[in-house]
Write a protein that binds this ligand. Structure first.
Ligand code: NAP
Length: 344
């Protein structure tokens, strides 16, 4: 369906996840768009992306989507084709990530999306629409992690650690920190040394090599800063290895949601934990981070950080993501989506 300028369609063509007695059902079909409210924009979506959270929704996980049937996709980029708010947004290339997009309302796995204008960022001129989705939530999260380290005093030449380094957030964090002149050690379970060195890692290690003796509260300090995208027990080990006044940014949970620690990294080394939440970042801070991603922080080979797939490949890619076998980011292309009703 192609609305004329200023028209609002009642439905979009979307990748819809439904829960039935027989299990989770995914199909590309018509889905109602939310009624347009004051300040809403209608975006013709060109690209979305498959985030870890979206993969969980595709599998029918509880506690993320507000209700099923649901259109996942917490990221989208495209062109504003109609506006119930600022008329000057029409024709603009824009992106949206987080807030309630793809969670409390239909998301980016659709040809059209209705989004409050307060959630939207104009795509910086130096980025293509595709570039903006190679970054998306992963780039914003990586940017928040990098900023937390820099605000904590980490400088060029310092040794830092990034875990889950082949993941979407991990890859972009490695690339951004390396571009700032930090000596990045990339921890990954995969045999992906060439990829990780290609995106800027100074060294590559296995997560097992970070293990510490259970009885030791602290071990030799190795990292001025660290970013953990995995979660779980590794956090306890890494905390023991952070330098005096170092910073440790936590953003992920693919490998676990709980850890235990002693107080000693905090009271003997002054280590600071930085929690990262990309969903509720205020819009002014987003603008500032997107300017950095589009400029000084932009990885040299941004396109190498992503695989681009059509909507029909979302279920396969979701399983790859959840099994931890995917390398880099998964961008979802809308134009080549199969016709409504196509089998997945
Ligand atoms: N806080 C926030 O605002 C925010 C924003 C975005 C994402 N996240 C979270 O950050 C994490 C990473 O997101 P992402 O988009 O980068 O996901 P991703 O592309 O799936 O990457 C996750 C990586 O974690 C590693 N990993 C270790 N143990 C794993 C396990 N048991 N299962 C799966 N992966 C495992 C893998 O890297 P290696 O094989 O290289 O070790 C994997 O590639 C997720 O937990 C996601 O929910 C948080």
């Amino acid at each position: 369906m192609t609305p004329g300028e200023g028209q609002w369609p009642a439905h979009c063509r979307a990748f819809v996840v439904d829960k039935t007695a027989g299990g989770v059902l995914c199909a590309i079909r018509a889905h109602p768009l939310p009624p347009a409210g004051d300040g809403d924009l209608l975006i013709r979506v060109a690209f979305s992306a498959l985030n870890y959270k979206d993969a969980l929704v595709v599998r029918g996980a509880r506690g993320i989507a507000c209700a099923y049937p649901h259109v996942p996709g917490i990221d989208a980029a495209g062109v504003v084709v109609a506006s119930r708010g600022r008329a000057d947004w029409v024709g603009q290339r824009v992106l949206v990530t987080g807030f309630g997009f793809g969670v409390d309302r239909p998301g980016g796995f659709a040809d059209y999306a209705v989004v409050p204008q307060d959630w939207v960022i104009p795509i910086p001129a130096s980025l293509s629409t595709l570039d903006s989705m190679i970054f998306g939530t992963a780039g914003l999260t990586a940017g928040l992690c990098a900023q937390a380290l820099i605000d904590g005093g980490v400088q060029a030449g310092d040794a830092v650690l990034v875990t889950g380094a082949t993941g979407a957030v991990g890859s972009q964090t490695v690339a951004i920190l390396a571009a700032q002149g930090l000596r990045v050690t990339a921890a990954s379970r995969k045999a992906a040394t060439a990829y990780l060195q290609g995106i800027g890692a100074h060294e590559v290690c296995l997560p097992d090599s970070l293990a510490t003796p259970a009885g030791k509260a602290l071990v030799r300090a190795r990292w001025r800063g660290a970013v953990d995208t995995v979660g779980g027990k590794a956090i306890e080990d890494i905390l023991k290895q952070i330098h005096e006044d170092g910073v440790f940014a936590l953003c992920g949970m693919a490998g676990g949601t709980h850890f235990s620690t002693s107080v000693f990294p905090f009271i003997l080394r002054g280590v600071r934990l930085a929690g990262i939440d990309s969903v509720r970042v205020p819009i002014a801070r987003r603008h500032a981070l997107w300017q950095k991603l589009a400029g000084p922080w932009r990885p040299a080979h941004l396109a190498d950080l992503a695989t681009i797939v059509p909507l029909s490949e979302v279920p396969t890619m979701a399983e790859r993501l959840l099994s931890g076998t995917q390398i880099g980011r998964v961008v979802v292309r809308m134009e080549a989506a199969p016709a409504p009703g196509a089998a997945l």
